[in-house]
Every structure is written in structure tokens, then in C-alpha cells.
Design a protein around this ligand. Structure first.
Ligand code: HEC
Length: 140
């Protein structure tokens, strides 16, 4: 009897372990569509390149050079210009040295794609954070 119970417990534990590992596998596969990394890949990498250096596959078709987004901290004297980047994505701040912009106003794009405007704002914040993670170290 005890043997049977132990065997039953063993089977349950094995099933539970398999279920957990399958679940873990699934959650790794599941993409977070609001993460900065995903949004960057989906909306920005075509122009700015996967690594942010501005060598995306569609740059050839643009009449303007695409800026290197990995040097924003360096160019700003060592502090990531978070507010400026957010304002550029929101479209409330013109990009230095450019009259019109070749880049879409991303807040308008995300507000069109999402029913909830808070999602658009969250996406912009996640993108700003992702761009910060792409910064090359300041040599000074
Ligand atoms: C169609 C090509 C294109 C796409 C897609 C694109 N950009 Fe841009 N981006 C540009 C160009 C070109 C500029 C330079 C300013 C201009 O001419 O509009 C720019 C400028 C910028 C700047 C300002 C850099 C600086 O010098 O201060 C930021 C920040 C930026 N982009 C972020 C993003 C993010 C985030 C995304 C994705 C949500 C994105 N871009 C998608 C083309 C693009």
C-alpha cells in the first residue's frame, strides 16, 4: 500500500515537473509586445538598425541620413537625454538640425494602433528605456 502511494506521488511529481517545464518554455516563447526591445525591433530597426547605429535596411530609400542612436549619451556630455528623446518620440520637440522630420510622430502612430492612450505612453517610455540600453560607454 505504502509503495503504491509513493509511486502515485512520484507520478504526480513527474507530471507536475513536466507541466512546469512546458509552461516555462511557453513563457519564454511568448513575446512581450509592449517591451522596448520588441517595439524597437518592430518599429525602429528598419531605419535605425538592430543595434541602433543607423544602418537599417530601409535607409537607402530615405533622403536623409538616419542618426546613430547609440551616441546620444556621449553627444549630450555623458547623461542620457531622456526628456529630449521622449519629446522627439512624442513629436513635441523638433529634432536638432532638422526642419521637417523624415521620421513619423510615434505618439500619433501608437495612439492610432492602440485604443487606450495610456498604452501608447507606456510604449514610448519602454522605447526610451530601450534606447538608453543601446548607449555606448562615454570614453571620458
Ligand atoms: C523611416 C525611418 C525611421 C524609422 C522607422 C524610425 N526613425 Fe528615428 N529617425 C529617422 C531619421 C531620418 C531621423 C533624423 C531626423 C529626421 O530627419 O527626421 C530620426 C531621428 C530619431 C531620433 C533623434 C536622434 C537625435 O539625433 O537626437 C530618435 C531618438 C529616434 N529617431 C528614435 C526612433 C525610434 C524610437 C523609432 C521607433 C519607434 C524610430 N526612430 C523609427 C528615421 C526613422
Amino acid at each position: 500500500m505504502t509503495g503504491l502511494i509513493l509511486r502515485a506521488v512520484g507520478v504526480i511529481a513527474t507530471v507536475a515537473a513536466i507541466a512546469t517545464s512546458v509552461d516555462a518554455g511557453r513563457s519564454q516563447e511568448r513575446e512581450d509586445y509592449n517591451s522596448g526591445a520588441y517595439l524597437y525591433r518592430a518599429f525602429c530597426a528598419s531605419c535605425h538598425g538592430g543595434d541602433g547605429t543607423g544602418k537599417g535596411p530601409v535607409t537607402e530609400t530615405l533622403s536623409r541620413p538616419v542618426p546613430d542612436l547609440t551616441r546620444l549619451t556621449r553627444d549630450a556630455g555623458g547623461v542620457f537625454p531622456r526628456d529630449r528623446v521622449l519629446a522627439i518620440l512624442e513629436g513635441t520637440k523638433p529634432i536638432p538640425g532638422h526642419s521637417g522630420s523624415a521620421m513619423p510622430r510615434w505618439s500619433a502612430v501608437f495612439k492610432t494602433l492602440e485604443r487606450d492612450p495610456r498604452t501608447a505612453q507606456k510604449r514610448l517610455a519602454a522605447l526610451v528605456e530601450h534606447i538608453e540600453s543601446l548607449q555606448v560607454p562615454d570614453p571620458r
